[in-house]
Design a protein around this ligand. Sequence first.
Ligand SMILES: [Zn+2]
Length: 167
Amino acid sequence: MAVRTIIEIPDERLRIKCKPVTDFAAVQTLIDDLLDTMYSTDSGIGLAATQIAETLSIMVIDISDDRNQPMVFINPEIIESEGETSYQEGCLSIPEIYADVDRFLRVKVKAFDRNGEQFIVDSDEFLSIVMQHEIDHLHGKVFIDHLSTLKRNMLLKKLKKQQRLKQ
Ligand SMILES: [Zn+2]
């Protein structure tokens, strides 16, 4: 178990499309690392393998107030979606940047847990947004990709300035 470095844009590794997990026993440490890394942040509610520069399809989510209800999704897939909603999103890989993103209101996600058991989550609440955000990561996508070019460039400029100030 270890806290790993969360990579930030414009790191090209955030653009890698993850491969499905076939050997569940082999990814137990990676799952623990994802959970440790997510909980090491002040307010992280989800983390995808891509964000720690891994290329297997795994994401973890915990939206509970006490941050003690981890959900592990392996090879997650949206199998049904409906409706539209918009929510102000942020991302550990795009620090201090927030923007409204159009999402499906409801999604049904099929995934496997850490023991290789298949499960389905059907949500039209906050979890729906978080699952869509994290599944995007596994496909090499980040939330600002959903914005207009104008808006995205504006935010990227702001981010660059922040990154410069931190150095
Ligand atoms: Zn993110």
